[in-house]
Design a protein around this ligand. Structure first.
Ligand code: SF4
Length: 189
């Protein structure tokens, strides 16, 4: 099972997180404490009437490891890294979208960002602060950085930097299995 490479490590973006939507556990995020997250996860399984996978702390640790950049953890990964993990591929798609779409107004951006921040498909598979991609996305969006930008990664469906995506009116989303509460399926204006 995957485990953090060193004790005391904090995932890129500064948040511990876990989700098991199939068993009724939504995305839970804990900015300061891994132990606090495990406790919340246990409560969530209890509320959902489902048995927590044991040992729970190791399961949560392995989940985080599968969703953060390779090298953060040690052990065997269950799959290959998705192709959007290369900074160049993400940058190219994002640059293309930025060139084609108008910018959303600040109120709309503020309404969208927390929805993405709480979305299981807000991928943290790249360390955007390490690569400078968050700052790049904010600059491309033509806005000032918000606190939540550090929690925004790459949309697994659009494969665009979320800090940029929330600031664009478009491109049109594909019906591709994204969560029902995705603002891209509704009009959050
Ligand atoms: S755009 Fe939709 S699917 Fe993508 S991260 Fe945001 S809420 Fe999730």
């Amino acid at each position: 099972m995957l485990a953090f490479a060193k004790g005391g490590m904090i995932p890129p973006g500064g948040v511990f997180f876990y989700a098991d939507p199939v068993n009724g556990v939504p995305l839970l995020q804990e900015p300061t404490s891994f132990t606090a997250l495990v406790s919340r996860v246990r409560s969530a399984y209890l509320s959902a009437g489902k048995p927590a996978p044991e040992p729970l702390a190791s399961t949560v640790e392995a989940y985080i490891c599968e969703h953060v950049p390779r090298g953060f953890c040690i052990g065997s990964y269950t799959g290959n890294p998705p192709d959007f993990m290369t900074p160049q591929a993400v940058k190219e798609r994002s640059r293309d979208a930025a060139a084609r779409c108008a910018r959303a107004d600040p109120g709309t951006v503020k309404a969208r960002a927390p929805i993405c921040g709480g979305c299981v498909d807000n991928s943290k598979a790249l360390c955007l602060s390490c690569t400078g991609l968050t700052d790049w996305a904010v600059k491309m969006a033509g806005r000032t950085k918000m606190g939540i930008d550090d929690s925004l990664g790459i949309c697994r469906h659009d494969r665009i930097l979320v800090s940029l995506l929330v600031s664009l009116n478009g491109p049109a989303p594909k019906p591709d299995g994204r969560p029902d509460n995705c603002w891209r399926l509704k009009n959050v204006n």
